[in-house]
Write a protein that binds this ligand. Structure first.
Ligand code: 6GU
Length: 242
């Protein structure tokens, strides 16, 4: 999978050299290119922002550097890439979207800063890219870079060969709409706290039933919205379906 990220803070993406994603890059599974938006300016101060037409607070990212940067990215291949523009006004990023994106051969990201990017950049980009405006959740970050870190990690770990044990991808929170059950390792007693008896019983049927109940209880307590969503779909919580 090819990934292109355009940003005014290329160093912000440095963590993508680490851990599983760094290894995926070294193994040739992920081909990541980070571009500095300021390389597409032509003035001495490498200006990327200006004041908003119509007035208002803050600064707006100028269309010209973005137009040239995205043209440069599009010229790196001959297919039509997805372009993700992270922002708090986007559609919500979910595990389902991560799975969808993991099927794509080429994803580009445009990281906005300040109050955002001139609206005409979105319009122009739709000629060349499948544009998706994507939000991590209902809170405000200073720019798209942290969102790109999160989205790239969520997507890349779904690519074959990135996570060693493919089974660990199946039994995860958000794969079937329920949160994960609690997990324990040795010792059986730690600081006076015991591992639940049933997990030491060797009775795999009862353990599976207990874990399922734990998932239901946790989801009801922490994320009742997820149970409501399953109910609306008339899906039995935690039972395989599509
Ligand atoms: Cl994707 N960007 C910004 N700037 N803020 C956010 C966000 C994204 N998702 C939640 N808040």
């Amino acid at each position: 999978m090819r990934l292109d990220v355009v940003t005014i803070f290329p160093d912000y993406l440095a963590p993508l050299d680490l851990s599983l994603i760094g290894k995926a890059r070294r193994d040739g599974i992920v081909d990541l290119h980070v571009h500095d938006l300021r390389d597409f300016t032509h003035d001495r101060h490498r200006t990327v922002d200006d004041t908003p037409y119509g007035g208002g607070a803050g600064m707006v990212m100028k269309p010209q550097p973005w137009g040239e940067a995205l043209e440069h990215v599009a010229a790196q291949g001959d297919s039509r890439p997805v372009l993700i523009i992270p922002g708090p006004g986007g559609e919500r990023f979910t595990q389902a979207m991560a799975r969808e994106l993991a099927e794509q051969p080429w994803i580009a990201f445009a990281c906005g800063r300040y109050e955002g990017i001139d609206e005409r950049v979105y319009e122009k980009a739709r000629e060349t890219f499948d544009v998706r405006v994507v939000s991590l959740g209902d809170y405000v970050l200073n720019g798209g870079e942290v969102a790109v870190l999160a989205i790239v990690e969520a997507v890349a770990r779904l690519l074959p060969g990135v996570v060693g044990n493919a089974e660990s991808l199946v039994e995860e929170s958000h794969e079937d709409g329920l949160l994960e059950y609690p997990i324990y390792t040795k010792p059986a007693v730690w600081q006076g706290l015991s591992v639940p008896e049933i997990l030491l019983s060797g009775d795999h049927g009862r353990i599976a039933a207990w874990r399922h109940q734990q998932r239901l209880d946790r989801t009801a307590q922490r994320r009742p919205d997820l149970l409501a969503a399953l109910a609306a779909l008339e899906v039995e919580p935690g039972v395989e379906g599509d």
